[in-house]
Design a protein around this ligand. Structure first.
Ligand SMILES: [Fe+2]
Length: 267
């Protein structure tokens, strides 16, 4: 039973820099603590972009150092706040300077694919045609494996969406749908919009997690209220079935404890 965690929108800043709304380094430290206590332990973690707030090398170095406290592999994807060259410098990651940071690995029997949906200079997301070609080739290299995709911008399912930026552009969404048709995609993990949201997109679950910096209160539209909120998602796969549990990363007040024995005694 593979278990993986979805974290996103970390918005880490370098020590000494102004905070982006909240102390995201302190929130990441709470995540490290939570991962260490989680049972069963996860097989891996997917971080779906906006790793840093300003895309500077110092912030990536700081994040890379903090992530050494995690005892499980992390799949790093990039978002619109990220900078490809700075990420590669800060993480000692391979790849050419400004090329999209697309990569994949087989972990716990899953083909985990990170697709870089950032478009330099834009808040909205999209893919270059060569990225879709790469995706198809990598899936052909691992035929039949169940897959998990990390993509910062979620697919666009609302054709009348007035705003351009909250999702992948329409043509990239169509290209992605065609590429993964018939593949065993168990989940797409996204962020970007700082809300907990679940999409069912052409039969593929898209798990959007609010992330670790702040949350958008969806009740306040069309005005936006940026409020405190941080969390991550615990994803458990049982064959083709997926369970997603959203876990808070804030300082929640304990109301009551229930022991394991008490819980088992419930009829
Ligand atoms: Fe973000």
């Amino acid at each position: 039973m593979p278990r993986f965690l979805h974290i996103t929108d970390l918005h880490i800043t370098a020590p000494g820099d102004a905070l982006a709304h909240t102390d995201t380094s302190a929130t990441f430290a709470r995540l490290v603590d939570a991962v260490g206590r989680l049972r069963p332990a996860p097989d891996f973690i997917v971080a779906s972009g906006d790793l840093t707030d300003l895309g500077d090398v110092a912030a990536y170095r700081h994040l890379a150092a903090m992530a050494e406290g995690l005892a499980v592999p992390v799949v790093w994807a990039l978002g619109n706040h990220d900078d490809r060259a700075a990420f590669r410098a800060g993480f000692s990651a391979q790849g050419a300077g400004d090329a999209p940071h697309d990569h994949d690995a087989v972990i716990a029997g899953l083909h985990v694919i990170a697709l870089d949906s950032s478009v330099p200079g834009l808040v909205s997301g999209g893919f270059e045609p060569a990225q879709i070609d790469w995706l198809v080739a990598r899936m052909q290299a691992h035929p039949g494996l169940p897959r998990v995709l990390a993509i910062h911008h979620p697919p666009r399912i609302d054709p009348d969406m007035a705003l351009r930026w909250p999702a992948l552009d329409a043509s990239s969404t169509r290209a992605l749908a065609a590429a993964i048709a018939g593949q065993e995609v168990r989940a797409i993990l996204s962020g970007h919009v700082h809300v907990n949201r679940m999409l069912m997109w052409g039969g593929v679950p898209v798990i959007v997690t609010m992330g670790q910096q702040s949350a958008i209160d969806p009740v306040q539209e069309p005005e936006w209220h940026v409020v405190e909120g941080a969390g991550f998602a615990i994803c458990d796969l049982y064959g083709a079935d997926l369970q997603v549990t959203y876990a808070p990363l804030g300082e929640a007040r304990l109301l009551h404890r229930i022991t394991e024995d008490e819980a088992r005694a419930y009829p």
